[in-house]
Design a protein around this ligand. Structure first.
Ligand SMILES: *[C@@H]1O[C@H](CO)[C@@H](O)[C@H](O)[C@H]1NC(C)=O
Ligand SMILES: *[C@@H]1O[C@H](CO)[C@@H](O)[C@H](O)[C@H]1NC(C)=O
Ligand SMILES: *[C@@H]1O[C@H](CO)[C@@H](O)[C@H](O)[C@H]1NC(C)=O
Length: 500
């Protein structure tokens, strides 16, 4: 009896030891930051003034880092533009930039700050990581000298890069990623010649990193998962929400689900810029998120995640076309109309009755919906929509989208216009499509811009369905957001870099 107990304790002891050595789970933190913006100035400030400005933001980020570490977090992500803000043009951003070396140099800026010249921001971030024993992910500006032999060298003889850096828990610089897919207003930065696939290994899994607008494109975002099999994506962003399909929490959680990765999204917070929405997302559900258009408060989120989410029992691989292409009678609904969402021309059919089945098609993409509402309200209108084409505004990317959405009013010309509240409750919905891509991101957004972690699931045959437990929440949109990357134009129209 006694020896049996001893064995039992030994067994438990071994379990605990094993757990601490090869972690099954880890604790992640993301911080939504209300960035303090620099003044808009004609002439560039001095490097000292730039540093004073940046230190105001780093002071706030440091508080979040300390708190996250105290609560056991292994890693914390802070947002894009979280240190210098966004009021800077190509000339005025220069004093904010530092030369960030290739991490192969094996450098702990905290203990050797002068090794590569002036680097006060890297020094502070490194010390923050080291003294709190936590991985710190931040976004800052890198500058790289170039010369006249290089025909694309900018006039000031420096490339400027929007850069994500990671310092490990010893304060070592382990990752440097230059944003590849710059958004339209980012003329202060240069696009790197090639997209970098930047990863690192840690005791809590394999990480990949990209920034903001990168998420809409194949490289580097998709390649990090499909080629390099990362477990978790680190995602600093400065995301302006666009309804109905590109609100931060909605799209980022959908990307995690569609790609089968953990996703740590850290956004800036500024309600007048429609910037809010950070989250800690696992492939099978959003673990925690923050969305707040009422106040200007930042927010620290901390949650536990699986180290290898694709090995967890709740993870299933999905064939996005299987169900819809098996339906014998996919004859499209005849009563359809055309209207635009974010400049794309959708084909819509109205949900006339309290329950039913509808199909709408554009070329080879047919979307199928069956649904049952608790009650067909006369004061709200819902449509099923399909779009299969190249989106060309604020970036060019080929979309295949099936969407159930609430129109802003009962006037059908309002379908696709942003709307934030609804009263209609669905007992059941099942949405599927004959996609010609395997990259489909399943979105469900509820009234009041909330996610629905417990209310829906994706089946392995590609159906996005409500769970059998009857939801008491009203639906804004249920969407399968597909990307057909191979139909993207080869050359994105690139911003002009030279500062004339
Ligand atoms: C939000 O951004 C706007 C536009 O840049 C700026 O004027 C405003 O001060 C910012 N708000 C906060 C709370 O920082
Ligand atoms: C997905 O399902 C369709 C229809 O059942 C089938 O033709 C296709 O081969 C499947 N795709 C994959 C990648 O298994
Ligand atoms: C619907 O909205 C359009 C555009 O705002 C307007 O021209 C039309 O008169 C409206 N229809 C009804 C029935 O109110």
């Amino acid at each position: 009896m006694f020896s049996f107990q001893l064995l039992h304790y030994l067994f438990i002891f071994l379990l605990v030891v094993c757990k601490t050595h090869a972690l099954d789970t880890y604790i992640a933190a993301v911080y939504e930051h209300t960035v303090i913006l620099p003044d808009v100035t004609e002439n560039p400030v001095t490097p000292e003034e730039a540093l004073m400005q940046m230190n105001k933001n780093i002071d706030i980020l440091e508080k979040a880092v300390v708190e996250a570490a105290q609560k056991g977090a292994h890693i914390i992500v802070t947002p894009e533009d979280g240190i210098y803000g966004w009021n800077l043009k190509r000339e005025s951003i220069f004093p904010y930039l530092e030369d960030i070396p290739d991490p192969q140099v094996n450098w702990i800026p905290c203990t050797d700050p002068q090794r590569f010249g002036r680097a006060p921001v890297q020094e502070r971030l490194s010390c923050m990581a080291k003294s709190n024993h936590i991985y710190v992910v931040a976004n800052m500006g890198d500058k790289k000298k170039c010369n006249t032999n290089d025909p694309s060298c900018p006039n000031n003889r420096y490339y400027h890069y929007n850069t994500a850096v990671v310092f490990d828990s010893d304060g070592k610089l382990i990752t440097r990623y230059h944003k590849y897919n710059l958004f339209m207003f980012e003329e202060q930065f240069n696009q790197p010649a090639e997209p970098d696939l930047v990863i690192f290994d840690s005791p809590f899994g394999k990480f990949g990193i990209f920034i903001c607008f990168d998420i809409l494109f194949h490289d580097p975002a998709v390649a990090l998962v499909s080629k390099l099999n990362v477990d978790t994506i680190l995602f600093p962003t400065a995301w302006m929400n666009v309804l109905p399909h590109l609100s931060a929490i909605e799209f980022h959680s959908a990307w995690a689900a569609g790609m089968g990765v953990n996703f740590l999204a850290s956004n800036l917070h500024n309600t007048s810029m429609r910037m809010t929405g950070s989250g800690i997302y696992a492939p099978d559900k959003p673990i925690d998120y923050y969305y707040n258009m009422d106040t200007e408060d930042g927010k620290l989120l901390i949650s536990e995640l699986n180290v290898h989410p694709r090995l967890s029992p709740s993870y299933t691989a999905i064939n996005w076309t299987s169900y819809a292409s098996s339906i014998a009678d996919l004859s499209p609904t005849t009563d359809v109309f055309i209207d635009t969402i974010f400049y794309d021309e959708y084909t819509f059919a109205t949900l006339v009755d309290a329950k039913g089945s509808l199909s709408v098609c554009q070329q080879d993409l047919c979307c199928h919906l069956s649904y049952r509402m608790v009650e067909k309200r006369q004061d709200e209108a819902y449509v099923l929509g399909v779009f299969n084409g190249l989106h060309v505004v604020e970036g060019k990317y080929y979309l295949q989208i099936c969407t159930l959405l609430k129109c802003r009013s009962t006037n059908l010309t309002s379908c696709g216009e942003p709307t934030e509240n609804s009263l209609t409750i669905f007992d059941e919905f099942s949405l599927s499509g004959t996609f010609s891509t395997s990259y489909v991101f399943p979105e469900v957004l509820l009234s009041g811009i909330r996610l629905a972690p417990a209310d829906f699931q994706v089946l392995s045959d590609g159906r996005l369905i409500s769970k059998s437990s009857i939801s008491t929440k009203s639906v804004l949109t249920v969407t399968l957001f597909g990307r057909l990357y191979e139909n993207d134009p080869k050359e994105q129209s690139k911003p002009q870099y030279n500062d004339e």
